[in-house]
Design a protein around this ligand. Structure first.
Ligand code: UDP
Ligand code: MG
Length: 327
């Protein structure tokens, strides 16, 4: 039995060796063979060099290096695609995903029949309070709006069977919001909880703005409620305006027409213009995502790689040859 450890890395030159060492200390408790698959997400520092150093010493270390930074979601996709293990686990390079959970995760899958073991952190210790506040708001909002459950504090740190990995890979969309995809595929899932751990070295790659954009992407990808919202608002305004018209007609007929109400008119026009732009903006978000999706661009591009020959790839090329001989 083989466990593939998939590690997305973006500028993680300090953490890669520490990560490798720490996981290796746990390894004997696991009782399975390991594969390390580092995904270098277009790092500008010495990350790839560090990975190659490990790979020369240890043949279990594989890597895929992207042509530029494609983002963690793309790295996860590439990892699941190129790993060959019977079980796969996604881990951050910064040891914020505690390796001591690995034996328990493996046990839940092998002995208790789960397909997937996911983790969530129950505290956000060490994080700026404002960031925690917005994160909480985001999870409340998205869970109101989306049918897919997106768990607060859920990490990408998950172990899964090959079957689940294949299910995730079958979702070939370009705008990948993993937290949603993991929920969407379903399967028997066990949740483990732990207290937040701070990074061992280096710094976070997520600025507040990047997180905000990510949150918006998540909402657009997993809910169409914002679209409904603008129709509902439109309808409500229509009803209100209709009532207004009647009031004004009656008032004019009964009391005559004192020419008043300039300021209120201006306010109403601005308010409506704002609402219209807002709704068009929402529509635009969905359109933009659809546009990107229809381009069918690859999710990532590889500059160099060293990967194990996967069963999938073999069957893929066999399929291709079959196809050729038939022709
Ligand atoms: N990461 C990546 N591509 C990116 C940003 C981050 O592969 O564009 C990796 C990063 O190297 C790390 C993991 O994703 O292994 C989590 O990133 P980070 O620790 O910066 O995020 P945080 O834990 O602060 O949310
Ligand atoms: Mg981190």
């Amino acid at each position: 039995m083989l466990l593939s450890i998939i590690v997305p890395c973006y500028n993680e030159q300090e953490t890669v060796p520490i990560f490798y060492r720490t996981v290796n200390e746990i390894a004997p408790q696991l009782g399975v063979d390991l594969e390390f698959l580092f995904i270098d997400d277009g790092s500008q520092d010495q990350t790839l060099a560090e990975i190659k150093k490990l790979s020369e010493k240890d043949e279990r270390v594989n890597y895929v290096s992207f042509s530029r930074n494609f983002g963690k979601e793309a790295a996860i996709y590439a990892g699941l695609q190129n790993a060959v293990g019977d079980y796969l686990v996604l881990m951050d390079a910064d040891l914020q995903d505690p390796p001591f959970l690995l034996p328990q995760m493996l046990r839940e899958i092998r002995e208790n029949g789960y397909d997937c073991v996911a983790t969530r952190r129950v505290t956000r210790k060490g994080e700026p309070p404002i960031r925690s506040f917005f994160a909480r708001m985001f999870y409340r909002l998205i869970n109101r709006m989306s049918k897919t459950e997106i768990v607060d504090g859920a990490r990408d740190y998950q172990m899964m069977t090959r079957q689940v990995a294949d299910a995730i890979l079958s979702i070939g969309e370009y705008n990948r919001f993993s937290k949603g995809i993991f929920g969407w595929v379903g399967y028997k899932k066990k949740w483990l909880e732990y207290e937040n751990v701070e990074r061992v070295a280096g710094e976070t790659k997520w600025s507040f703005w990047k997180l905000f954009v990510y949150a918006m992407d998540g909402i657009v990808a997993y809910s169409t409620v914002p679209l409904v919202l603008s129709s509902v608002l439109g309808l409500v305004l229509f009803v209100v305006a209709f009532a207004f018209i009647i009031v004004i007609i009656v008032r004019t007929l009964v009391f005559g027409d004192p020419t008043q109400g300039w300021p209120s008119l201006a306010c109403i026009i601005i308010l409506l213009a704002g609402l219209q732009l807002f709704s068009i903006g929402i529509l635009g978000q969905y359109l933009a995502k659809t546009y990107l999706e229809t381009k069918k661009r690859p999710i990532y591009l590889v500059r160099e790689e060293k990967v194990a020959q996967s069963v999938h790839k073999v069957s893929d090329s066999a399929l291709h040859e079959d196809h050729l001989t038939v022709q």
